[in-house]
Design a protein around this ligand. Structure first.
Ligand SMILES: Nc1ncnc2c1ncn2[C@@H]1O[C@H](COP(=O)(O)OP(=O)(O)OP(=O)(O)O)[C@@H](O)[C@H]1O
Ligand SMILES: [Mg+2]
Length: 228
């Protein structure tokens, strides 16, 4: 199955923290995205955006509901299968870049390829091509500490894409950047998503950035709705 035929369907996702007396963060949230679609999720702080994104990517499990990415149903897998799903099928970009300071830019991009069975040796050239794609061809041997915030996020984007994920999740990827840099990074995400036909879900507090993606969704009171 190629990436182009893979859709994302989340149905009736509920999640509560803190037991029976706790707070229900997500209440029967459903979301369906076609292959190659992009969506932005907005909503007030604490409404559950990161929780939802983490569930879509198999980082957290829902109390009830299902997630399907193409033929994969992550929450029907055992721990090992779920770890493989996260590593092979999903790319994550967070607000903090989480790059390893002692490793070069290229080594950082290759980190996700070190997990599980290794590949055919083409990872090096794929990493180089991705860094070229994000405009960092000349910075491959630099350390993250030598880069600007926007450049570090570009490295994080390249790292998220190294295993050619069917689903790219970005949780406030531009939250730490100044406005101009944020817009450039958002444009880059959108362009790469459009080239690779991966499904992209971006959480952002910026309506302007949300406007760059095909669908805009808002989460509030545990409920996901169209529009922002
Ligand atoms: N592991 C956890 N244990 C208990 N409560 C949690 C946990 N993770 C999140 N929460 C709570 O769930 C709610 C939703 O958190 P979440 O991080 O998903 O919000 P968010 O919409 O991403 O917020 P922000 O915009 O500030 O990043 C918050 O009230 C938070 O305190
Ligand atoms: Mg969050």
């Amino acid at each position: 199955m190629t990436t182009a035929t893979i859709d994302l369907v989340a149905e009736n996702i509920s999640k509560r923290y803190g037991g029976a007396n706790g707070v229900e963060v997500l209440t029967r949230v459903s979301l369906s995205l076609d292959a190659g679609a992009s969506a932005a999720i907005m909503g007030p702080s604490g409404c559950g955006k990161s929780t939802l994104l983490n569930i879509l990517g198999g980082l957290e499990s829902p109390d009830s509901g299902s997630v399907r990415l193409g033929a994969d149903e992550p929450f029907k897998l055992d721990e090992r299968g779920l770890a493989r799903f996260r590593n092979r099928r999903v790319g994550f970009v967070f607000q903090e870049h989480h790059l390893l300071p002692q490793c070069s830019v290229l080594e950082n991009v290759l980190v996700p390829t070190l997990v599980g069975e290794s590949d055919d040796g083409s990872v090096q050239s794929r990493g180089t091509a991705l860094l070229e794609r994000v405009g960092l061809k000349d910075r491959m041997s630099h350390r993250p500490g030598e880069l600007s915030g926007g450049e570090r996020q570009r490295v994080a984007i390249a790292r998220a894409l190294i295993n050619e994920p069917a689903l790219l999740l970005a949780d406030e990827p531009t939250g730490n950047l100044d406005e101009a840099t944020a817009h450039r990074v958002a444009d880059l995400l959108r362009e790469i998503q459009s080239d690779t036909k991966t499904i992209l879900v971006v959480v952002t507090h910026s309506a302007e950035i949300a406007g760059r993606f095909e669908r805009r969704l808002s989460l509030a009171g545990g409920v996901l709705q169209a529009g922002a």
